[in-house]
Design a protein around this ligand. Structure first.
Ligand SMILES: Cc1cc2nc3c(=O)[nH]c(=O)nc-3n(C[C@H](O)[C@H](O)[C@H](O)COP(=O)(O)O)c2cc1C
Length: 203
């Protein structure tokens, strides 16, 4: 009898794990998990943590953006480099190439606020890839000063895209030596906020 019950349990668990994720509804449209891309830039892993929370809820392919030439480890050095890139309009080339972008319908695009702007690698991503016709859903972490001009720049650089309501939350503050914060109580709180935001995107 025990053996029979165990077999039934194993069979149903296996069945559960084989089923694909239920479809997510974005703006009244059903989207399967294969058509969702979650792409993000993250240095101290706060934005990465939010990206993983989104993936836990909606499935999709998770891709971290990496540069051909990585930024310096030193905080002051990266701040100066980013300021120079913003001034000159330099777009740092990406090592990450996205395959089968034409199969994607919804792109969750995550980034930290850098110098109160959209980070240069995200500008590179929007320039190197054709996202027109796709639904773009931005998400952001920042050191407490908000999104700055980042969401506006996204609109400018992605004219043919449908940009949906984004999400932003306070992350670390590298300037003050606060790096990764998305654990413990904070993680639980942000996870709840992410779920609430995701369900607001349905209608
Ligand atoms: C180069 C650089 C510039 C930053 N500029 C800002 C800023 O202008 N405003 C702000 O609120 N936070 C700023 N921050 C802090 C980050 O936005 C914040 O720590 C974020 O959570 C980092 O995300 P990550 O852990 O995914 O890298 C900056 C961080 C770096 C490294």
């Amino acid at each position: 009898m025990k053996l029979l019950l165990l077999s039934i349990f194993l069979f149903t668990s296996l069945l559960g794990s084989c089923q694909s994720k239920p479809e997510t509804i974005v703006q009244n449209t059903q989207v399967t998990s294969e058509k969702i891309l979650i792409v993000y830039l993250s240095r101290t892993k706060n934005t990465k943590a939010v990206a993983e929370m989104i993936q836990k809820e909606v499935g999709g392919r998770l891709v971290e953006l990496e540069l051909k030439t990585p930024y310096p480890e030193d905080y002051q050095a990266i701040v100066s480099q980013v300021a120079r890139e913003n001034e000159t309009g330099f777009l740092p080339p990406l090592k990450t190439k996205i395959h089968d972008l034409d199969q994607v319908e919804v792109v969750f695009l995550g980034f930290p606020t850098w110098g109160m702007q959209l980070p240069p690698p995200i500008k590179s991503f929007l320039t190197e890839n054709n996202l027109s016709g796709q639904k773009i859903i931005p998400f952001n972490t920042n050191g407490g000063y908000g999104i700055g001009s980042s969401f506006d720049t996204l609109e400018e650089l992605c004219k043919g895209c449908l940009i949906l309501s984004g999400f932003s939350v306070r992350g670390g503050s590298e300037r003050d030596g606060i790096l990764f914060v998305m654990d413990g109580e904070k993680e639980i709180k942000v996870e709840k906020e992410v779920k609430k935001w995701l369900s607001s995107l349905k209608s």
